[in-house]
Design a protein around this ligand. Structure first.
Ligand code: HEM
Length: 271
């Protein structure tokens, strides 16, 4: 059924049991790690913002948060990080089948909120990268900009497919939007799992590679998942299930590493 039609289209093939279980494990790790990320955003930026201590946004070594006299930049940064907490959790709620079937109104309104905020947060991000200060690390800045561009494209296509009741297409674009929105979160997990495993900082080149992997790898894995689901069962289901378990293990490791960094920063005030 083409976009523009008002006929409701059923989602394409369903995953086999092995792939469903692996997707369930991935979802569990994803939500658990997101809670930690959201606690970090609220515990670090939320507390500092609402106590009026904006200068302490800069407590993080790589982040240029507060710049004295730069009202527009400071507002963009504050809105960017605080809304990030909302979309991080809000987006994942959209995946819960019970929420979709028992509370379709919630799915619709939360979906609109998620897509609007994702666009707003990305626009604030573009402002910070390209207008707030001269770019100082072009490869990283290009990677986050490509990530932002994908968010804008996927969010628009997900919204358009929902408006035309093309459920299969909506599901695919919304999943892509969700993963692209979580690129910053995946980067923290990849970086933290690397630190935990090697106990060394990645080289500058490896860090740039992480920047790109953080949003491109999840999108590739999603594509494999959708492809295997469409085939309904068989060997590809087991192969993609294995990939999902491996991704979940890295994410779980990253969540442990990130928690240690987070506790050190927030509880002990170290960077
Ligand atoms: C929509 C999904 C996004 C989320 C959830 C998100 C979330 C965040 C968070 C939580 C931080 C603080 C980082 C930390 O303390 O570790 C941050 C910083 C930042 N983000 Fe985003 N972000 C998103 C998209 C983008 C996009 C698309 C861009 C650029 C086009 C961007 C540019 C920035 C910049 C420039 C910083 C400050 C880091 C620095 O000064 O180097 N973000 N973001």
């Amino acid at each position: 059924m083409t976009a523009g039609s008002t006929t409701i289209e059923k989602p394409a093939g369903q995953p086999g049991a092995a792939l469903r279980r692996a997707a369930g494990a991935w979802f569990f790790v994803m939500v658990s790690a997101q809670w930690i990320f959201v606690f970090y955003i609220i515990g670090f930026y939320g507390v500092r913002t609402f106590s009026g201590n904006l200068a302490s946004w800069n407590g993080h070594p790589f982040i240029k948060g507060h710049v004295p006299g730069d009202l527009a930049g400071n507002v963009a940064f504050g809105a960017h990080v605080l809304l990030a907490a909302l979309i991080t959790m809000g987006g994942t709620l959209q995946l819960v089948p019970q929420v979709r079937s028992h509370m379709p109104w919630f799915h619709r309104w939360n979906g609109r909120l998620f897509l609007s905020l994702a666009i707003l947060v990305s626009v604030a991000g573009f402002y910070m990268v390209w207008l707030r200060a001269p770019p100082d690390d072009p490869l990283s800045e290009l990677s986050i900009s490509l990530n932002g561009l994908l968010i804008l494209v996927f969010a628009t296509l997900a919204w358009r497919a929902a408006a035309t009741r093309n459920v299969a297409s909506h599901r695919r674009w919304a999943l892509r939007a969700l993963l692209a929105v979580n690129g910053v979160f995946f980067l923290r997990l990849i970086f933290s799992s690397w630190l935990l495993l090697t106990q060394t900082e990645p080289s500058a080149a490896l860090f740039v590679a992480f920047d790109y992997l953080a949003f491109l790898l999840p999108l590739v894995i999603l594509q494999l998942y959708l492809h295997a689901s469409d085939r309904g069962g068989g060997l590809s289901n087991y192969a993609v299930a294995t990939v999902l378990y491996a991704a979940s293990a890295i994410m779980a490791l990253g969540a442990v590493g990130f928690s240690l960094i987070f506790v050190r920063m927030i509880v002990f005030g170290q960077n």
